[in-house]
Design a protein around this ligand. Structure first.
Ligand code: SF4
Length: 385
């Protein structure tokens, strides 16, 4: 029996697909060469943008046509789409999804993929290690808190033993993954489950959260432990958020040279009012101050970022503020996206999607040219990736 996993979206989905692959392998299944020769097709979905959802729909339609022609395949949906539907306690979303995609046989909850399952890695050098799942932040444009639920951290000892095993197997690179990777452990601290390998309680680091509260994170400790595992020569982490980037984390990065000097630090906008409306409670000035602080402790650091253009109500002047922040920071790379209206979010419910596609595209192209294409011409990427 053969299975095929089609992945959409982020590195968390790739890491989860490796756990799905392992559960199939444990039952004696082998991976199919392509989607057409599989008995089970598992689609790991993404809802971050409408375009990602559209690609899932296109694939499902094709598979549905093959089923109608008599092909025997089982179609399983997991990832954000099933996460969101199965989390809706009214059941309405799941009913809608089933109506929209009658060809799907099973909606698999993300939770069942589970942290504790083993993984069958695709890469032989670079291991993706999930450390947390979910998000408590509710940025006004983002569907992740609805699709993945509240933030849940994986026990520290499990993460460390997975990293040690990966190093023993010959992996030299590790990426620690979480939707808010640097707020790792907040829930463990609250549940009094934050112990090191000797059973001693780990002291959490308290950081500003959304400019209002302070929350505990164990991430600096975790990162320092991973960095000391023999054999790991390159360690990085995605996605970190500015509000959880503590001084202790900066110290750890400065101290261990095997932590990569490319830091992904999403800014989303360079305009204070847009950031506020995005429910990202830092200012452009605070972001730039953080960048300066990291640079002074880690002089060879470079930054990549996420930017949304065409957020509801973003004026040309506000977009110019983003352009100016990018110029000040000098990002090595920017993952730029045109604002996409997502169901259930605050922006969807209260702000609409008033900026024309053509204008979003113009802003996207402008920034892409300024950052990515220019850096590509300078030959920066091979150096840093
Ligand atoms: S921090 Fe904001 S953008 Fe990131 S996953 Fe959470 S809600 Fe989404």
């Amino acid at each position: 029996m053969k299975y095929f996993i089609q992945i959409f979206g982020c590195a968390a989905n790739v890491a989860e697909s490796e756990r799905i692959a392992a559960s199939y392998a444990a039952r004696g299944w082998t991976p199919a060469k392509d989607i057409h020769t599989a008995n089970d097709v598992i689609i790991v979905t993404c809802m971050i943008r409408q375009s990602a959802e559209d690609r899932v729909t296109g694939l499902l339609r094709n598979l549905g046509l093959q089923k109608e022609k008599g092909k025997k395949i089982k179609i399983i949906i997991t990832g954000c789409m099933s996460g969101m539907a199965l989390r809706d306690y009214t059941g309405k979303m799941l009913t809608q999804l089933k109506r929209r995609y009658p060809m799907v046989d099973e909606f698999l909850p993300i939770e069942e993929v589970g942290f504790s399952n083993t993984q069958l890695r695709g890469d032989k050098k670079h291991a993706l290690i999930l450390i947390s799942n979910g998000c408590n932040n509710f940025c006004s444009y983002c569907v992740v808190p609805f699709a993945r639920g509240p933030e849940k951290s994986r026990p520290l000892e499990n993460i460390l033993s997975e990293c040690v095993d990966a190093a023993r197997e010959g992996y030299t690179e590790v990426t620690l993954i979480g939707q808010n990777v640097n707020s790792y452990g907040s829930d463990l601290v609250k549940e009094k489950k934050a112990f090191d390998a000797h059973g001693d309680r780990i002291s959490p680091v308290f950081v500003k959260h959304l400019g209002k509260m302070r929350i505990p994170t164990l991430f600096p400790y975790l990162l320092s432990q991973v960095a000391q595992i023999p054999g790991l020569t390159a360690i990085d982490f995605i996605s970190s958020n500015p509000w959880d980037f503590s001084d202790e984390l900066i110290e750890v990065i400065a101290k261990y040279k095997n932590i990569k000097r490319l830091i992904h630090l999403p800014v989303q906008s360079g305009d204070a009012m847009i950031l506020k409306r995005m429910n990202r409670w830092y200012t452009p000035a605070a972001y730039k101050k953080l960048v300066r602080k990291i640079r002074s402790a880690v002089p060879d650091v470079i930054f990549s970022t996420d930017i949304i253009v065409g957020f509801p109500g973003e004026t040309k002047k506000q977009f110019e503020h983003t352009v100016s922040l990018c110029k000040d920071v000098g990002f090595a790379k920017a993952y730029i996206s045109m604002y996409s209206d997502r169901p259930a979010t605050l922006a969807h419910n209260k702000m609409g999607d008033p900026i024309l596609y053509e204008e979003k595209k113009r802003r996207w192209e402008f920034l892409d040219e300024r950052i990515n294409k220019t850096n590509l011409r300078k030959g920066m990427y091979p150096l840093y990736e």
